[in-house]
Ligand binder design. Structure first.
Ligand code: ZN
Length: 144
């Protein structure tokens, strides 16, 4: 199974919300072993999936070659005032990000990919899971 599919399984554990997305994420080391998993709002404080992954590891610096798999583009701005996931990932030393779908401009204009690439992180869009990732992400939204 592709690691992004595992991230999607995490996303499905999310409690749907009308004001946020349901996202799942994994952190893996250079050998592809899972270091941490997370999904939106798994930990208290309106947490994001990538943030949960990092928080479970105490926001420590990750080993060289670590990658983040996330069902949706990591956020570059948060209306809540919390630190954006992009900043957390950069600080943790993540070297690669694999994502299922870009963040739609529903809440904020996301420039997560641009910010990651500017920091020298390799961003790969994984084709094939876009529809699944988006359907799970917007489960709690109006009209769904
Ligand atoms: Zn985020």
């Amino acid at each position: 199974m592709h690691l992004l599919q595992l991230a999607l399984e995490e996303a499905k554990k999310c409690t749907p919300s009308s004001t946020a997305f349901c996202v799942g994420a994994l952190l893996v080391n250079a050998g592809g072993n899972i270091l941490s998993t997370g999904y939106s709002r798994e930990l208290p404080g309106n947490t994001h999936a990538e943030q949960v992954c990092l928080q479970k590891l105490g926001f420590r610096r990750l080993p060289a070659g670590s990658a983040c798999y996330t069902t949706m583009e990591p956020c570059s701005e948060r209306l809540s005032g919390n630190k954006p996931c992009v900043d957390n990932l950069i600080e943790a030393g993540v070297e690669k990000v694999y994502m299922g779908v870009k963040e739609p401009d529903t809440f904020v204009k996301c420039v997560g990919v641009d910010k990651l690439q500017e920091a020298g992180i390799e961003v790969t869009y994984v084709p094939g899971l876009e529809i699944d990732c988006m359907e799970v992400a917007i489960r709690g939204h109006k009209g769904r």
